[in-house]
Design a protein around this ligand. Structure first.
Ligand code: SAM
Length: 248
């Protein structure tokens, strides 16, 4: 059960947060707060910036267009993001939006798009993914927004891998296996998760991955899941067996 107030609006911004240091809302933020959420002068909301914890704030209007956010008191101290990297092949637009949002909600601490041979969408719109990550972070109550990196190719990413971080390879060809038995010994360790493209992993990519000492292959069961479904299933499995659902 979350120990914070998740009923009111939360806003991520890139300003320092301190008592009574007013921040002018951007036109987009003002539009969202006044016209979408229909808040008005004096209404309360929560602010976070990834550095100064979470703050209770009130709205102050100036004329018809200007809106100020007035931090009043810290509600939660800053906490780090989970040490879980999510590596994925970009999907096409709406499914990618969904996957990024769900990865953030499920506790990914860093998003790493990866170009693979059977990928459908070799280009990656980092700005759009970042906006989806902010929206998900505001919604799910975390206190920072996971970094969304530029796309990299699979082979160089693996060549430069920090071997102290185990890479959990979601392998659609793995056959039945006990994913929990693979994951449980990794509880609390630095982890990354790799989900392939809709076209699946190429044979050469699979061979490469299976030969690396820091890779553990897992099956997500006997059905082939679409990549966005696999993302949610795999993140739930990792969090429950080895991540922050265990209190690790
Ligand atoms: N076209 C591929 C095929 O028919 O084998 C399926 C690729 S699947 C749509 C996309 C990604 O989701 C896979 O590369 C894998 O990472 C993950 N995935 C889907 N189902 C899985 C399963 N049962 N076990 C492990 N990973 C799975």
């Amino acid at each position: 059960m979350p120990d914070y107030d998740f009923t009111g609006p939360r806003l991520f911004l890139d300003h320092r947060l301190e008592a009574n240091a007013e921040i002018e809302a951007s036109p987009a933020q003002a539009n969202y707060l006044l016209n979408v959420l229909r808040l008005d002068e004096g209404a309360g909301l929560l602010l976070f910036n990834g550095r100064d914890g979470e703050w209770r704030a009130a709205l102050r209007r100036e004329g018809r267009k200007r809106l100020w956010l007035v931090p009043q008191g810290r509600t939660r101290d800053q906490t780090p993001l989970p040490d879980l990297h999510y590596c994925f092949a970009p999907l096409k637009s709406a499914r990618l939006d969904y996957m990024v949002q769900k990865a953030v909600e499920m506790g990914a601490g860093l998003l790493q798009p990866v170009q693979m041979q059977h990928g459908q969408a070799p280009r990656f719109n980092r700005e759009r993914a970042g906006a989806n990550a902010v929206e998900a972070a505001e919604q799910c109550g975390i206190l920072a927004v996971p970094e969304c990196r530029d796309i990299v190719k699979l082979e160089p990413m693996l060549a430069g891998w920090d071997a102290s971080r185990t890479l959990i390879f979601c392998d659609e060809r793995a056959g039945a296996g006990d994913a929990l038995a693979v994951l449980a010994p990794l509880r609390g360790a630095p982890l990354a998760l790799l989900i392939g493209p809709e076209g699946g992993f190429a044979a050469s990519e699979r061979t490469l991955l299976l030969g690396l000492p820091f890779v553990r292959a897992v099956s997500l069961g006997p059905r082939i899941l679409r990549a966005d479904t696999a993302a949610v299933a795999a993140l739930a499995l990792v969090q429950a067996a080895a991540g922050d659902w265990t209190g690790a």
